[in-house]
Design a protein around this ligand. Structure first.
Ligand code: ATP
Ligand code: MG
Length: 354
């Protein structure tokens, strides 16, 4: 069975308030790991809850597997959902928690046993089946919540910030687990997060939202290297892309008359001595180093320039410099935006060779 999810011109308004989502058009491919990413309040959970059928859209059409979902109840949509605050039944054991939904669906005992064995192995819970949730760590409880969803063999997994209550190490472990799980199950995952690192590391397809609209969608690679607008360029990447107001800067190589902003990623700049010769054509800005932070394999410089603060990442720690420098970015690493903060592109993407 296919489980492609299609949202056509979806609108959602709560009560009489102005819509929080308008004209949302989105296709979630069967078998993809799609991440809905964006700042707080942008409409990620609302979108997910409409897919689940927990929230009714106020306009547009939502289809799963080609079927209009308007009259289809949450329980009949072939989906399972894992929330941030997964509520386990405290008086039941891990096994009973996992089994509960199956009993409700009248799955026969022998098959229940078989499925519980299978999912508890998949999430590494075989040894904990007889424990109560109170005797588990946060990560183990999260796995029970996942197992409980998995055991129903859904075509589609919906997850709303399921890792946000966990510490950094466990989050990173479960990120890897989820990627593996996605490979193993081959089902469609739709995952909500406001954490771009989480999105970039797990997603096969990222949908970046802002104020109820999609700003850009695509592979992690595309969305990082080829942003469509200033919002995307600055939401993705740590630190974000440097974006400077071009009006202030004399940059003779700018290929667009209508360009208003110039941008470059922190790792694509080099630092030169104040008096050094410029190696090739590009953007050169003088500045003063404010701080340098050793981050392991790279050093992050914060540099004050006439045009604002710029961040530069250098991967060769032997070159640590201080004082007054020239920041240089070669032409092919520069991107341009118009006054509406939309990306300007040359026909052949001449400057953007990635
Ligand atoms: N039940 C509700 N009634 C009224 N407004 C709501 C309701 N639920 C959400 N909203 C509003 O809809 C908008 C989108 O909310 P939503 O929960 O989808 O955002 P989100 O992207 O999931 O944010 P977060 O990252 O903080 O969870 C917000 O402005 C929010 O205030
Ligand atoms: Mg939310």
């Amino acid at each position: 069975m296919e489980s492609k999810i299609v949202l056509q011109d979806i609108e959602k308004a709560y009560g009489k308030d102005a819509p929080v989502i308008e004209n949302l058009n989105l296709e979630i491919e069967d078998g993809s790991f799609t991440v809905l990413l964006g700042p707080s309040g942008c409409g990620k959970s609302t979108t997910l809850r409409m897919i689940a059928g927990l929230e009714q859209e106020t306009g547009g059409v939502l289809k799963i597997d080609g079927k209009d979902m308007k009259e289809v109840k949450p329980g009949d949509r072939g989906i399972a959902m894992v929330f941030q605050n997964y509520a386990l039944y405290p008086t039941m054991t891990v096994k009973e928690n996992i089994e509960f939904g199956l009993k409700n669906c009248k799955v026969p005992k022998a098959e229940r046993e078989e499925r519980i064995k299978e999912v508890s192995m998949a999430v590494g819970l075989e040894e904990y089946l007889n424990r109560k949730p109170s005797a588990l760590s946060g990560g183990q409880r999260q796995r029970v919540a996942l197992a409980r969803a998995m055991v129903k063999k859904p075509e589609v997994f919906l997850m709303d910030e399921p890792l946000s209550n966990l510490d950094a190490k466990l989050r990173s472990q479960l990120r890897t687990d989820l990627i593996e799980l996605h490979h193993k199950l081959g089902s469609t995952f739709v995952y909500v997060t406001h954490d771009q690192v989480e999105a970039m590391s797990m997603g096969t397809h990222i949908v970046l939202m802002h104020k109820g609209k999609i700003m850009q969608q695509g592979s992690p690679y595309k969305i990082y290297h080829d942003p469509d607008n200033v919002f995307t360029a600055q939401f993705i990447g740590t630190p974000p892309m440097n974006v400077l107001n071009l009006n202030d800067i004399s940059h003779e190589y700018c290929p667009f008359a209508e360009a208003a902003y110039i941008g470059f990623r922190p790792e694509y700049a080099v630092l030169l001595d104040e008096s050094a010769a410029i190696p090739e054509t590009g953007l050169t800005i003088p500045g003063d180093i404010v701080t340098h932070e050793m981050l392991g394999t790279e050093t992050l410089y914060k540099i004050d320039t006439k045009y604002g603060r710029v961040q530069v990442k250098i991967f060769d720690e032997a070159t640590i410099v201080d004082g007054r420098v020239k920041i240089f970015v070669p032409n092919e690493r520069l991107v341009y935006f118009d006054a509406d903060e939309q990306r300007l592109r040359l026909g052949e993407d001449k400057w953007m060779q990635n």
